[in-house]
Design a protein around this ligand. Structure first.
Ligand SMILES: [Fe+2]
Ligand SMILES: [Fe+2]
Length: 288
């Protein structure tokens, strides 16, 4: 008996909205672009606010309510109190739970796709950069168990901090245990991991898994001349691919392929491929 053909699924990935730095016209333009793209669900990879202030959270919650799609959000480092250390340490995710979601690691799925939230935000670190993220072994164990429960679907992890930084980005503190996270994802059959935090868009395949880096969807805090952007992840025919959208000259459009692919580091098996070509199912390496 033949299996029924799998339907296409489109997941809109937004990150780093940073309400508190957002111009209202940008909100309307983004909502219009999202509506035209007709995603089945929206994944928001953290940093919905700038300082976890009440007004910022209220604006973020109002935006989510207008999406009129299933929405899965995970916190970013800006979504816990930055200056009120009492709140930061006593109840860092209190505002998140009040305004966005009772969960910091939500799950959304239908019969073909599952989004698995992973909370990489920590209230402090042993080094000075408290914006950096970390995952724990129990978190990864829980994610793997959820992946087993949802087997048969295309599995997508949603987190704020990327599990590794691109080789040309010299950041002092990448995600702690990022390599362990990647190995866990591979063992669990994760098809894609979508993240934010860097305010730049990118996408590449490595070891059969798609890494998607969404730009900042709304914030005026632009990095490296990158425009505002979001990324559509499309699951079709057993493959997962990404296409970024970018706000260029006031118009939302497909982001062009960079003129120069980013340089791979020595021994690096990853090559930027943007827009990402569809990959056949399985564990084929993207290294070329
Ligand atoms: Fe951010
Ligand atoms: Fe961030």
């Amino acid at each position: 008996m033949t299996q029924p053909a799998k339907a296409v699924r489109r997941i809109a990935v937004l990150a780093d909205l940073h309400f508190g730095t957002v111009n209202p016209d940008a909100i309307e333009a983004l909502l219009a672009d999202l509506e035209a793209a007709e995603p089945h669900a929206v994944a928001i990879a953290g940093d919905l606010t700038l300082r976890a202030a009440r007004g910022e959270y209220e604006a973020a919650a109002g935006f989510l309510a207008r999406l009129r799609k299933p929405v899965l959000s995970v916190p970013g480092n800006h979504d816990i109190p930055a200056y009120n250390l009492l709140h930061r340490f006593a109840d860092p995710f209190g505002p998140w739970r009040r305004y966005i979601s009772p969960e910091t690691e939500p799950v959304w799925h239908d019969d073909q796709v599952a989004l698995l939230g992973l909370n990489t935000v920590r209230r402090m670190a042993l080094h000075l950069d408290w914006s950096a993220g970390r995952v724990s072994r129990p978190q990864l164990d829980r994610l793997a168990a959820r992946a087993r429960d949802l087997a048969g679907r295309t599995l997508i992890v949603v987190a704020h901090h990327p599990p590794r930084h691109p080789p040309e980005l010299d950041r002092a503190y990448p995600l702690a245990r990022g390599d362990l996270a990647i190995e866990t994802f591979l063992d669990a059959g994760i098809a894609a991991v979508v993240t934010g935090h860097l305010h730049r868009h990118d996408a590449y395949h490595d070891r059969g898994m798609l890494f998607v880096q969404a730009g900042t969807a709304l914030s005026s805090r632009l990095v490296g001349g990158q425009p505002n952007g979001w990324t559509m992840v499309t699951v079709a025919g057993g493959s997962v691919r990404a296409q970024a959208r970018a706000l260029i000259d006031g118009t939302w459009q497909d982001a062009p392929r960079p003129d120069q692919p980013r340089p791979p580091a020595r021994g690096d098996r990853v090559r930027s491929a943007y827009p990402v070509p569809a990959m056949p199912p399985g564990r084929a390496s993207a290294a070329e």
